[in-house]
Each structure stands twice: as structure tokens, then as C-alpha cells.
Design a protein around this ligand. Structure first.
Ligand code: SAM
Length: 407
């Protein structure tokens, strides 16, 4: 049928649109008229506008709608017409689309899609926001709008070194996006670093690297930190990190809950078994904290956006169910994040061609995904061994990209 779907708000309705390739027939117009006849126009109505089938949606009861639809089909014989012409029914596609979007509530048995703002308990919301001050903690920041080039020879490289030192040689405002998972001080067996030091020393070092990261980010650039707190030490690392970024006048854009569904941790170590004395709380998820420098908006060219409608709709819901990375043995790294997690961050928060940095690059997951998605990358890690793994992975990714382009 060659459809393109679109949703927008028009005159107090959600307008869902499907473009059809075939010539709209009189039978179809009769069918839409018959269908509308049985619907309450203030809740739902259908129109044909040139080659567009549109649904204007405010409220909807799926069960009674299905009955009405069947009735209209029977009365007009439209199903036979579509079968004869080898076409699929655009109203079925619109119904699928309606069912896939979330309503915000139910009233008198109907799902409600519009009027949320009117129902809100808070009036004059904008005015109150301005009195309170949104992201008030970033007031009087001194971030510059200038943009500088990255140092010569650093584009698309994996650099072996301490990221605090390496980044010192970078100018301010030259990186679009940072995606990283730092060491968590859990006592992991990393190749070069001691991952189990005094918490103050750990945090001092981490925050010095973050300070450099913030400095090299461009205005509107995003800093994304994947973090798993060490619950057994009762250190809310995700909160400490967020407070640090806010003190640096970075906007806390939000927190994504990365549900790993790793059930292992659900069934071991109970603390005080079956007693309120000191039960353990268990977590099958990690956190992804997202910060913006200077502005929530990041400018870029429309043609450099590569996220699809479906990806956008699904990923802005800030709970991502992604299994943990399963190839850590293969890459000989103990704490990798999965490529899918990085792909979502990159498509949701950056444009093609952007420069992406990972200051704790490990086996090079960020750089590998950046290569696949047409971003430029810089990865930094203290371990020569991990850097070598990262370079190999990227070379493979590049090769498979070239091959798939040749096919
Ligand atoms: C959690 S791992 C990151 C793994 C990576 N996300 C991946 O998918 O492979 C943290 C990494 O930080 C590196 N590291 C620790 N301290 C560092 C520092 N000061 N500068 C650069 N890298 C460091 C470690 O060698 C380790 O590979």
C-alpha cells in the first residue's frame, strides 16, 4: 500500500495519517461515511484527504469500535472490494496505530488521548515554572558557544593513556557526545587500574576526568554516564555523580533505567533471611544518567538524524530492557556494556557525523558503534591491551560495513 504514518495534534484531536498509493475509490468514501455515521464525532472521526486516510482521535473504546467497524464493513462490502483489488484496508492500519499509542487515562470506559493539559491540577504551569526556575542550578553558567576542532590526528583513534591527562591536551568545546561507563570501584580485575580504592580517592579521580569531559563538550553537547552503584557498600554512586554534574552547572536531562533482567542477583544473598533485621534489596538494573551542557537542545542537520519513528517512540520511554553483554570472555574485558545500549544513546542524543568520546573506552564498544552509525569517535583507556582489542573490533566493524555496502 506504500504507507507513511504520521501523528500530530490538530484542533483538539490527535491526527493519525496514512498515505495510500492507490487511487481512492467511491466505495472507500462510502465506507468512511458509514463508519463515521456510527461514531461520536467529538471522540473519533475518519476523513480522506487526497491520498491520506486520517483518524481524528480524542477518545476511544476498542471493543465498541471493532463492532462498529465490522458493521460498516458489512454494510458497504468494502472488505470484498479490497480483496478484489489486492489492497489492504487503511482503517485497519489506522486502528493498529491507535492501539499502539498510549492513552493518558480512561473515562467512562473510553481511552482518553487528548486534553491532558486541561485536566492537570496545576494552572498557569509556564508562569510557575518560570518563577521556580527550571534547572535553576545551572543559573549563571559560563559555557561558551564557540566550537573548536579536535587536535590533529585524534579523530577516529583509540588513545592509550589516563583520560585526565589525554583530555588536557584537547581544547574546550570540541566533542558532541560522551558515552561512557567508568570503573565502579567494585574490585574488578582490570588490566591496569586498581578497582577497589578508598571511595574518596576514587571519586576525586573520577570527578577530575568528568571535569575534563565537561570542558571539552560543545554547547548543547550531551554527557551520558552508565553507572551501577555498589549497593553492598551503600554508596549511591548514581546520586553522587548526578550531584557532581549539577554542581558543574550541567543540566540533569534525566535517568534511564537499564533493565538487564539478570536474574542471578535475584536469587542469591538475602541479607537477614525472612527477617526485618537487615534484608538486602536486589537490583536487576543499572542507571544511565544523561546531562546537557548549556542547553537541552542540540542543533544538527535534519538529514543527519538516523532514528526511526518506532525507535524514537520506544526509546523515549526511559526504561530500556537490554540483556548484559555476553562477549566479555571473547574480548577479555570484565565489564563491557552492550552495543545496543550505546546505539540507543547515540541515535537518540546525537547526529550522524558528530564526534563521540568515551574516556573509559575498554574494549571499544562506543567507538565500534560510532563506526557503524557514521559518527566520528575518540576512545581513551589506560590499558594497551584493551586499546588493541578496541582497534581490532573497529577494524572488523569497518570491514563488515564496507562489505555490506558492496553487496
Ligand atoms: C567499565 S570499563 C568500560 C568498558 C567499556 N564500556 C566497554 O564496553 O568495553 C572501565 C574502563 O576504564 C578504564 N580506566 C580506568 N581508569 C582510567 C583512566 N584514568 N583513564 C582511562 N581509562 C581508565 C579501565 O581500564 C576499563 O577498561
Amino acid at each position: 500500500m506504500g504507507r507513511r504514518r504520521k501523528i500530530e495534534e490538530v484542533d483538539g484531536f490527535l491526527k493519525l495519517t496514512i498515505k495510500v498509493k492507490h487511487q481512492v475509490s467511491g466505495d472507500e468514501k462510502d465506507f468512511i461515511q458509514t463508519l463515521n455515521h456510527s461514531l461520536s464525532p467529538q471522540d473519533l472521526k475518519f476523513t480522506i484527504e487526497d491520498d491520506l486516510f486520517c483518524a481524528y482521535l480524542a477518545a476511544f473504546d476498542p471493543d465498541s469500535f471493532r463492532d462498529i467497524l465490522e458493521d460498516a464493513r458489512r454494510k458497504t462490502g468494502i472488505t470484498k472490494v479490497y480483496e478484489r483489488e489486492g489492497l489492504s484496508d487503511p482503517v485497519s492500519s489506522l486502528l493498529e496505530e491507535i492501539l499502539s499509542i498510549g492513552s493518558y487515562g480512561i473515562r467512562y470506559g473510553k481511552r482518553i488521548y487528548i486534553g491532558y493539559a486541561d485536566e492537570r491540577k496545576v494552572s498557569d504551569r509556564k508562569e510557575k515554572e518560570s518563577t521556580r526556575g527550571i534547572h535553576y542550578y545551572t543559573r549563571d553558567h559560563q559555557f561558551s558557544h564557540d566550537r573548536n576542532p579536535i587536535p590533529k590526528g585524534r579523530e577516529n583513534t583509540i588513545v592509550c593513556g589516563d583520560s585526565e591527562d589525554v583530555l588536557r591536551s584537547f581544547p574546550d568545546n570540541c566533542i558532541d557526545l560522551i558515552v561512557t561507563s567508568p570503573p565502579y570501584n567494585f574490585g574488578m580485575e582490570y588490566d591496569q587500574t586498581d578497582d577497589g580504592v578508598d571511595w574518596n580517592a576514587y571519586l576525586d579521580k573520577l570527578f577530575r576526568v568528568f571535569t575534563e569531559g565537561i570542558r571539552v563538550l560543545t554547547y548543547g553537547g550531551r554527557f551520558i554516564v552508565n553507572v551501577q552503584p555498589l549497593f553492598s557498600d551503600y554508596i549511591p554512586l548514581h546520586h553522587l555523580i548526578s550531584s557532581f554534574f549539577m554542581q558543574q552547572k550541567m543540566i540533569w536531562k534525566g535517568e534511564i533505567l537499564w533493565e538487564k533482567n539478570n536474574y542471578n542477583c535475584k536469587y542469591t544473598s538475602w541479607g537477614s533471611w525472612k527477617s526485618p533485621s537487615s534484608p538486602y534489596l536486589k537490583y536487576t538494573w543499572e542507571f544511565i544518567e544523561v546531562f546537557c551542557k548549556g542547553d537541552l537542545k542540540k542543533t544538527g542537520r535534519k538529514e543527519d538524524i538516523d532514528i526511526t519513528d518506532e525507535e524514537f517512540k520506544s526509546w523515549v520511554v526511559a526504561k530500556w530492557s537490554i540483556g548484559p553483554e555476553r562477549r566479555m570472555k571473547q574480548y577479555d574485558h570484565p565489564a563491557m556494556f552492550p552495543e545496543e545500549l550505546v546505539e540507543r544513546c547515540m541515535k537518540l542524543f546525537s547526529y550522524k557525523g558528530d564526534i563521540v568520546l568515551d574516556p573509559f573506552s575498554g574494549a571499544g564498544t562506543t567507538a565500534t558503534v560510532a563506526t557503524r552509525l557514521g559518527r566520528r569517535y575518540i576512545g581513551i583507556d589506560v590499558s594497551e591491551e584493551y586499546c588493541a582489542t578496541a582497534r581490532e573490533r573497529i577494524a572488523k566493524e569497518r570491514k563488515s560495513g564496507i562489505q555490506s555496502n558492496l553487496i
